[in-house]
Design a protein around this ligand. Structure first.
Ligand code: RNT
Ligand code: ZN
Length: 420
């Protein structure tokens, strides 16, 4: 079947594929730099353990070890993904060199440590999001912003404030909103003796961070919740209730962020998106794939990803209310292949949502015609989606499905396999 035939089939159910393609071209998805090096960063010993309850597994050869390698890998990814990406950096990816005075600790980071990234984004016309890094560092005791040790807590508050200043710099330089996500792995392995104390301190710490001056039109701080992590099974300070309540009571400075790996496995973020949008003008998402736990597998074109995309689209999220970012890290397969697959699949899910006759389906629901609603929803699954997707890839000047794996292989042979 050709694209023209597919277009006619969609037109018959009231869908304009041209409009869908144009809309998708504008949708911005943040590409997480940390898929390229297994969340190691450049500011501390790269062989230190990853802490904060997150885990990469696998030791596939070829991870990026320097800013130059990571940037080259990101360029390779960009060649293979359609649509609009923006960068997403963690503070631990600061670049230190002789020109900017060399290494400093996280509480002393400055915009100049991210100038090379800003230049990288400018040259490629990309926006950029940012994240303070509250893990994998000797000052995690193991708590950070909720630590009872005031020196520890002060250090991390200063880190958060430095990150606000860096986010403001990034937003101004690139002329685009910078979403700055606050997530800590603070919590306990075993049953706590005090659940409120750490939360009171966490609340105070985030308030202190947000007291740093910034323009809320340019910088969108968010708070990400989590149910549990590895080694932090019994209690997390930044639970769902904590972060949502924080965001609700600080809505002039902060928005909520949901990561779909951070809930009980039977809970779904697709259902939480409209719930939050009934109250918050803006929300942020980390799109990932949890397999039995917050495993951060590569995003697939699976049912929940499709459902998340449908909620984003039908709640008007592509018009600026929903900030989308990817968050996964698989070290067991070719990392470029992992990055590209997850990005393409998120785009596919959005395209699938844009090719869905939401108005008609809503009408059936409102008329209580659940039989026809079910039948239509099922039959949509065999519409010629692939033709529209391939046309979209063509128009974005990137390879169609079936024709990019060889480039992954070539890059692995020419570049990644030489990193020994
Ligand atoms: C961890 C959180 C967090 C991190 C990144 C690296 O469970 O999802 O967002 O994955 O900040
Ligand atoms: Zn996340």
């Amino acid at each position: 079947m050709s694209y023209t035939e597919a277009k006619e089939k969609y037109a018959a159910i009231g869908i304009d594929t041209e409009k869908a393609i144009e809309k998708l071209k504008e949708a911005e998805i943040a590409l997480h730099c940390w898929q390229g090096d297994d969340v190691r960063g450049f500011d501390t010993d790269p062989d230190k353990p990853l802490t904060g309850g997150i885990q990469t597994t696998g030791n596939y050869p070829g991870r990026a070890r320097t800013p130059e390698e990571l940037m080259a890998d990101i360029d390779e990814v960009i060649k293979l993904i359609p649509g609009r990406a923006k960068m997403n950096l963690h503070a631990c990816y600061a670049i230190f060199d002789d020109e900017n005075g060399g290494w400093v600790d996280r509480d002393k980071l400055e915009p100049k440590h991210f100038k090379k990234w800003v230049d990288f984004c400018k040259e490629r016309n990309l926006g950029c999001d940012f994240n303070p890094t509250f893990f994998s560092h000797p000052k995690c005791d193991p708590l950070t912003l909720s630590s009872p040790n005031e020196d520890t807590r002060k250090f991390w508050i200063e880190h958060g404030k430095a990150c606000i200043r860096i986010s403001q710099y990034i937003a101004e330089e690139l002329g685009e909103t910078c979403v700055m996500n606050i997530w800590t792995g603070d919590g306990f392995k075993d049953i706590p003796a005090d659940r409120k104390g750490p939360r009171d301190r966490y609340k105070d710490s985030i308030e202190q961070i947000l007291s740093e001056p910034f323009d809320f039109n340019k910088v969108k701080p968010c708070v990400e919740s989590k149910v549990f992590g590895i080694g932090v099974e019994s209690y997390t300070v930044g639970s769902a209730e904590f972060t949502l309540s924080f965001a609700a009571t600080h809505s002039d400075k902060c928005i909520p962020l949901m990561d779909n790996g951070h809930y009980h496995p039977t809970e779904v973020v697709s259902d939480k998106i409209p719930a939050l949008l009934s109250f918050y003008p803006n929300i942020a998402l980390h799109i990932t794939r949890p397999v039995r736990w917050d495993s951060d597998h590569v995003v697939l074109f699976d049912d929940e990803t499709k459902e998340i995309a449908k909620e984003i689209v039908r709640c008007g999220g592509l018009d600026g209310s929903v900030f989308m970012a990817l968050d996964y890290f698989d070290a067991s397969i070719n990392r470029i292949g992992a990055w590209v697959t997850g990005f393409r699949n998120t785009q596919k899910a959005l395209l699938n949502a844009l090719l869905t006759p939401h108005e008609e389906l809503k009408k059936l629901q409102d008329e209580s015609n659940f039989t026809k609603l079910m039948i239509m929803q099922e039959e949509l699954k065999t519409m010629p989606f692939g033709e529209v997707w391939n046309e979209y890839c063509d128009r974005c000047k990137v390879p169609q499905d079936g024709s990019w794996y060889q480039e992954i292989e070539r890059y692995e042979i020419d570049v990644l396999s030489k990193r020994v």
